[in-house]
Ligand binder design. Structure first.
Ligand SMILES: NC(=O)c1ccc[n+]([C@@H]2O[C@H](COP(=O)([O-])OP(=O)(O)OC[C@H]3O[C@@H](n4cnc5c(N)ncnc54)[C@H](O)[C@@H]3O)[C@@H](O)[C@H]2O)c1
Length: 265
């Protein structure tokens, strides 16, 4: 896919990896990027910095709490009205906090589902749209069961399942579904991950374990993101971890995973 001339929404793009995605979309000649983020975020400054580098109107900040269904719907309408088209949605906004798990599920899963449905309404060929691409941001936590954060893990596994199912509707929607699973990356989500663990988790061990993981830069993840957009086929799942080159994974048919049931007396 050519990114050139395309318009995009990136949720949670005021800072962190999302800001790098927005930057690199513009660097690859996207026409306009909408940054959807909280009113308390750095969104206004981030958009201004991007405009300095890529021209006036290239990046626009929209105050939008992705957990607020009405605000999300209104913001999608506003962006589409302003940009006249929407080609790419990046479902990036997310938190990692097993204590605030209702908010986290509402954001990491329900928010991602809501914005996907809104994008499909606009881009879907079944609704008269021109097709497009949705990139869902999961995590390596969506592929393994880190015992320290079971609810975060659950939200990221759910993103994998959602993408896995939705990719099967490409012939109807014309919307490519791509999923990126980053490993530990240097952002506040990891570096400030202190009071986020349930009471049966040893938070000191959990925090130290997280910090000891091999961290990669947001630029490294975003390079993989741009490659995925350029070359990923519908239904692609890519992992980018430990600062190494990204790789694609195949989710196995569960029938190939059978093991005998051991009945111990
Ligand atoms: N950092 C990592 O190690 C890592 C690894 C794998 C996956 N991820 C995923 O990547 C995504 C981005 O993570 P990050 O590390 O850049 O986090 P971050 O905390 O640095 O940035 C998250 C952004 O989302 C915004 N946000 C939070 N709640 C929001 C809401 N309700 N509505 C709109 N915006 C909201 C924040 O204001 C912030 O700008 C998340 O989905 C995260 O789960 C991160």
């Amino acid at each position: 896919m050519e990114i050139k001339g395309k318009t995009a929404i990136v949720t949670g793009a005021a800072s962190g990896i999302g800001l790098q995605y927005a930057h690199d979309l513009l660097k690859n000649d996207a026409k306009k990027v909408a940054i959807l983020d909280l009113p308390t975020s750095n969104g206004q400054n981030s958009a201004a910095e991007l405009e300095k580098e890529f021209g006036k109107g290239s990046a626009v900040f929209y105050i939008c709490d992705v957990t607020n269904a009405q605000q999300l719907e209104d913001t999608f309408k506003e962006v589409i009205n302003d940009f006249k088209q929407l080609d790419i949605l990046v479902n990036n906004a997310g938190i990692m906090n097993d204590i605030r798990y209702e908010t986290m599920v509402n954001l990491n899963l329900l928010g991602l589902i809501r914005s996907t449905l809104l994008a499909l309404d606009h881009m879907g060929k079944h609704k008269g749209g021109a097709g497009g691409t949705i990139v869902n941001i999961s995590s390596v936590a969506g592929l393994v069961g880190f015992p320290e954060m079971p609810i975060y893990v659950a939200t990221k596994h759910a993103v994998i399942g959602f993408s896995q199912a939705l990719k099967g509707k490409f012939d109807t929607t014309g919307v490519r579904i791509l999923t990126l699973c980053p490993g530990a990356t240097v952002t506040p989500l990891v570096t400030e991950a202190k009071d986020i663990y349930l009471d049966f988790v040893d938070k000191y061990i959990a925090y130290e374990t997280l910090l000891q993981l091999e961290h990669q830069s947001v630029q490294h993840v975003s390079d993989a993101f741009i490659e995925l957009l350029n070359f990923g086929e519908n239904g692609a799942f890519w992992v980018v971890e430990n600062g190494k080159l990204p790789y694609a994974i195949n989710l196995p048919d569960y029938h190939t995973l059978t093991v005998p049931i051991e009945k111990k007396k």
